[in-house]
Ligand binder design. Structure first.
Ligand SMILES: [Zn+2]
Ligand SMILES: [Zn+2]
Length: 159
Protein backbone atom coordinates (compact mmCIF):
# COMPACT_ATOMS: atom_id res chain seq x y z
CA UNK A 1 0.00 0.00 0.00
CA UNK A 2 2.88 2.35 0.64
CA UNK A 3 4.83 1.81 -2.55
CA UNK A 4 5.78 5.01 -4.36
CA UNK A 5 3.58 6.13 -7.22
CA UNK A 6 4.88 5.00 -10.63
CA UNK A 7 4.40 8.59 -11.89
CA UNK A 8 7.58 9.57 -9.96
CA UNK A 9 5.79 12.21 -7.87
CA UNK A 10 7.50 10.97 -4.70
CA UNK A 11 4.04 10.42 -3.16
CA UNK A 12 2.66 6.96 -2.23
CA UNK A 13 0.62 5.38 -5.05
CA UNK A 14 -2.42 5.18 -2.73
CA UNK A 15 -2.33 8.99 -2.26
CA UNK A 16 -1.45 9.88 -5.85
CA UNK A 17 -2.59 8.14 -9.03
CA UNK A 18 -4.26 5.02 -7.60
CA UNK A 19 -7.52 6.79 -6.60
CA UNK A 20 -7.63 8.29 -10.11
CA UNK A 21 -7.24 4.88 -11.78
CA UNK A 22 -10.01 3.44 -9.64
CA UNK A 23 -12.28 6.45 -10.26
CA UNK A 24 -12.41 7.42 -6.57
CA UNK A 25 -10.80 10.82 -7.07
CA UNK A 26 -10.88 12.29 -10.58
CA UNK A 27 -7.87 14.37 -11.62
CA UNK A 28 -8.31 18.01 -10.56
CA UNK A 29 -5.72 19.34 -12.99
CA UNK A 30 -4.37 18.54 -16.44
CA UNK A 31 -1.03 17.59 -14.89
CA UNK A 32 -2.72 15.20 -12.47
CA UNK A 33 -4.50 13.56 -15.41
CA UNK A 34 -1.26 13.32 -17.36
CA UNK A 35 0.49 11.69 -14.39
CA UNK A 36 -2.37 9.25 -13.91
CA UNK A 37 -2.31 8.25 -17.60
CA UNK A 38 1.43 7.59 -17.31
CA UNK A 39 0.72 5.52 -14.17
CA UNK A 40 -2.01 3.68 -16.14
CA UNK A 41 0.61 2.62 -18.70
CA UNK A 42 2.83 1.40 -15.83
CA UNK A 43 -0.05 -0.46 -14.16
CA UNK A 44 -1.71 -1.82 -17.29
CA UNK A 45 -4.96 0.10 -16.72
CA UNK A 46 -6.19 -0.07 -20.33
CA UNK A 47 -9.78 0.99 -19.59
CA UNK A 48 -8.57 4.12 -17.84
CA UNK A 49 -6.45 5.03 -20.86
CA UNK A 50 -9.51 4.75 -23.08
CA UNK A 51 -11.94 6.67 -20.85
CA UNK A 52 -9.45 9.52 -20.31
CA UNK A 53 -8.83 9.92 -24.05
CA UNK A 54 -11.12 12.43 -25.77
CA UNK A 55 -13.75 10.45 -27.73
CA UNK A 56 -12.99 12.44 -30.91
CA UNK A 57 -9.32 11.40 -30.89
CA UNK A 58 -9.77 7.79 -29.74
CA UNK A 59 -8.52 5.20 -32.22
CA UNK A 60 -10.86 2.33 -33.17
CA UNK A 61 -8.37 -0.21 -31.77
CA UNK A 62 -7.20 1.91 -28.89
CA UNK A 63 -7.65 -0.78 -26.23
CA UNK A 64 -5.74 -3.40 -28.21
CA UNK A 65 -3.01 -0.91 -29.13
CA UNK A 66 -2.59 0.17 -25.51
CA UNK A 67 -2.49 -3.45 -24.33
CA UNK A 68 0.19 -4.29 -26.91
CA UNK A 69 2.26 -1.25 -25.92
CA UNK A 70 1.92 -2.11 -22.22
CA UNK A 71 3.00 -5.71 -22.87
CA UNK A 72 6.12 -4.60 -24.76
CA UNK A 73 7.33 -1.62 -22.73
CA UNK A 74 8.43 -0.73 -19.21
CA UNK A 75 8.00 2.94 -18.36
CA UNK A 76 10.87 3.85 -16.08
CA UNK A 77 10.76 7.60 -15.46
CA UNK A 78 8.57 10.65 -15.86
CA UNK A 79 9.79 14.22 -15.79
CA UNK A 80 7.26 17.05 -16.10
CA UNK A 81 9.01 19.95 -17.82
CA UNK A 82 6.25 22.53 -18.22
CA UNK A 83 2.55 23.03 -17.56
CA UNK A 84 0.37 25.68 -19.23
CA UNK A 85 -3.04 26.37 -17.71
CA UNK A 86 -4.85 23.12 -16.85
CA UNK A 87 -5.71 24.33 -13.34
CA UNK A 88 -9.06 23.55 -11.66
CA UNK A 89 -10.29 26.93 -13.02
CA UNK A 90 -9.31 26.25 -16.63
CA UNK A 91 -11.06 24.32 -19.39
CA UNK A 92 -7.92 23.45 -21.31
CA UNK A 93 -4.23 23.08 -20.74
CA UNK A 94 -1.01 21.48 -21.87
CA UNK A 95 1.73 19.50 -20.18
CA UNK A 96 5.22 19.02 -21.60
CA UNK A 97 7.06 15.98 -20.32
CA UNK A 98 9.76 13.47 -21.04
CA UNK A 99 8.92 9.85 -20.31
CA UNK A 100 11.65 7.20 -20.34
CA UNK A 101 10.91 3.65 -21.45
CA UNK A 102 12.70 0.37 -21.91
CA UNK A 103 11.64 -2.55 -24.10
CA UNK A 104 10.65 -5.52 -21.92
CA UNK A 105 12.46 -8.10 -24.01
CA UNK A 106 16.23 -7.98 -23.68
CA UNK A 107 17.98 -7.20 -26.92
CA UNK A 108 15.11 -5.07 -28.23
CA UNK A 109 16.94 -1.81 -27.68
CA UNK A 110 18.11 0.63 -25.08
CA UNK A 111 16.27 3.04 -22.84
CA UNK A 112 14.47 5.58 -24.98
CA UNK A 113 12.60 8.78 -24.33
CA UNK A 114 9.32 10.27 -25.43
CA UNK A 115 9.31 14.07 -25.33
CA UNK A 116 5.81 15.35 -25.87
CA UNK A 117 3.54 18.32 -25.35
CA UNK A 118 0.13 16.86 -24.51
CA UNK A 119 -3.10 18.83 -24.84
CA UNK A 120 -5.98 18.36 -22.44
CA UNK A 121 -9.51 19.73 -22.21
CA UNK A 122 -12.18 19.45 -19.60
CA UNK A 123 -15.25 17.63 -20.91
CA UNK A 124 -18.34 17.55 -18.72
CA UNK A 125 -16.18 18.40 -15.73
CA UNK A 126 -13.54 15.72 -16.30
CA UNK A 127 -10.07 16.28 -17.75
CA UNK A 128 -9.34 14.24 -20.88
CA UNK A 129 -6.30 13.88 -23.12
CA UNK A 130 -6.81 15.30 -26.62
CA UNK A 131 -3.55 14.70 -28.47
CA UNK A 132 0.17 15.21 -28.23
CA UNK A 133 2.87 16.90 -30.26
CA UNK A 134 6.12 14.93 -30.43
CA UNK A 135 9.14 17.13 -29.73
CA UNK A 136 12.82 16.76 -30.57
CA UNK A 137 14.75 14.64 -28.03
CA UNK A 138 15.05 16.39 -24.69
CA UNK A 139 18.61 17.35 -23.72
CA UNK A 140 19.12 18.35 -20.11
CA UNK A 141 22.05 20.52 -19.05
CA UNK A 142 25.23 18.47 -18.52
CA UNK A 143 24.97 18.85 -14.75
CA UNK A 144 21.22 18.28 -14.55
CA UNK A 145 19.72 14.95 -13.55
CA UNK A 146 19.40 12.61 -16.52
CA UNK A 147 15.90 12.14 -18.00
CA UNK A 148 16.17 8.35 -17.66
CA UNK A 149 15.78 8.42 -13.88
CA UNK A 150 19.20 6.89 -13.15
CA UNK A 151 19.90 9.63 -10.62
CA UNK A 152 23.17 10.41 -12.42
CA UNK A 153 24.09 13.73 -13.94
CA UNK A 154 23.28 13.85 -17.63
CA UNK A 155 26.96 14.18 -18.60
CA UNK A 156 27.64 10.79 -16.97
CA UNK A 157 24.58 9.14 -18.46
CA UNK A 158 22.52 9.79 -21.61
CA UNK A 159 24.19 12.72 -23.34
ZN1 LIG B 1 1.11 9.48 -9.30
ZN1 LIG C 1 20.40 8.52 -18.33
Amino acid sequence: MTRPCPCCSGTPFADCCQPRLTGKRPAETAEALMRSRYAAFCEGAVDYLITTHHPASRAPNEGADAARSIAATDWVNLLILDTQKGSPDDDDGSVTFVAAFRPKSPGMGETGQMHERSRFVREAGAWVYVDGEQLAPYRPGRNDACWCGSGKKAKRCHV
